[in-house]
Design a protein around this ligand. Sequence first.
Ligand code: SF4
Ligand code: SF4
Length: 550
Amino acid sequence: MNVKAEHRVQNGNGFCPNIVNIKKGFGLIKKKVEVPTQNVPLSLPKTVDSLCPECLSRISATIYEEGGKIWMKKKCEKHGEFKDLIYSNAELYKKIEQWTFEDAPGLNKWIVNNPECNLNCGLCNNHLSVGCQVTIDLTNRCNLNCPICFANANKTGKVFELTKEQIDLTLDNLDKIDPKPGVVMWAGGEPTVHPHFLYACEQAKKKGIGYILVATNGIAIANSLEFAKKAKEAGADCLYLQFDGIGDKYYIGTRGKPLWETKKKAIENCRKSGLKVVLVPTVVKNVNGDQVGPILDFAIKNSDVIVGISYQPVSITGRIKYEERMKMRETISDVCDDIEEYTHGLLKTMRDWYPLAMASPISKLLARLYGHFILRPSCHSNCGLGTYLLIDPEGNPFPVTKFIDFEGFFTELNEYQKKIKTKTKFKALSALKAFQLMKKYYKKEEAPNGMSFLKMLRILDNLIGPSSKAVPYEQREWKMMLIMSMQFQDSYCFNFDRIKRCNIHYSAPDGKLYPFCTYNSGPCYREKVESNFRVPLNEWKKRAAQNAKK
Ligand code: SF4
Ligand code: SF4
């Protein structure tokens, strides 16, 4: 069956009836199916709720197409009109709106009871997605003093740093999320400078967190192989490594220091200690916009230790005039288009990129098979796109979406999983049927040399099957690399539809959970939370000296 959506209308319940062409025999028949969608306004122009970048009042905004790009415009009665670029590629924007999946708020005990989403977060009953990854800031101290960072202790003169008890409390917070997220990210400041960093990793593992990420500049890991080994032993799995480009000039511009050798050394120490690496380039158009392709090359060459890239088009803080902003503004689709150009079409923007929520039918299938609610990503399609590269034993990359028809497979899988009865004794049969579906959408003639359908199944099993049975990453002949382009919001492009679906949450020492983009932008809860817990830098230094003598 070849399914292609021809026409859609929104019916308000999260599913859109679609008329599709289905190949039958030698002809085509028309059939109505439900293609999975989020209940978000489709088609353009559309009106969404946003914020005034000056006074943060809630105002309406229009998202519209002009000149092949997608824009947001809005007007505050007090502060005038604002315009911002949302996507540089309107065709990609329209495609990804078609490939989104419905709400998944989980079974949470909500902390705040709100009449509606009014950014009185922490989290509230109106939130539409369950947290998949939780970030915990250990400290705002840092061993760098980047010119672009305004939040670290060196700049503010105040230290926010969790005590051991607060580390435990922020981890206990995760029990309020049901199902419990499988990924915790230690962040900061620089989390590795915290005296209890190793304790934090150990505690997270003890509390059953499956995967521990460390958002870091890599200095501590580069400086000491022993520290890298200790971090691994304590439970850290992967560095989320700040990585602005290939060569010193990019780091001198953004971090104030030549850090290229440090980055390479950190990656080498990860290789030796068993830690994995996700490269995290913050992309600013006129600063390191030319590095999107070279960073991909670097990752492929080091795919024995680098498991992914998370490109993050810059989130712009402060008051910046439109002309200046446009020089900096990189969008999610710019990353995709830059990669298509750099790889001479190996990775294609329109064929290979999908919203991160596209993985939802697989989660739902697993939930049906195992009979309980399993985490599933249902963040807004504008928050991030992803694609998988398969890398053969000689180091040659192949986009998985070239030889697996994702659209056909996920549409049919989503329909199929609804029919599976939970806790059925026919679970094995149901799993077999899912594999058969995959086979139907596997394009043998497009697959790389040496790849077969069964091999591909084993590779996928390592990714989504029980981790206890997975082949250790180092021993895998073919590597899978996840490439993401994720844009955090700022008040210029702020969209309430996105925020309500946020599935990256902060666990804070006030006992609450906050969506990432309300913690760091818009109402900026980080400032409110940290102001209740931080102490002046001098006082903190005195306390640290006393503790060191004990
Ligand atoms: S962003 Fe989410 S948690 Fe915050 S007020 Fe809106 S719905 Fe509630
Ligand atoms: S952090 Fe921001 S960009 Fe990411 S899912 Fe949440 S709302 Fe969307």
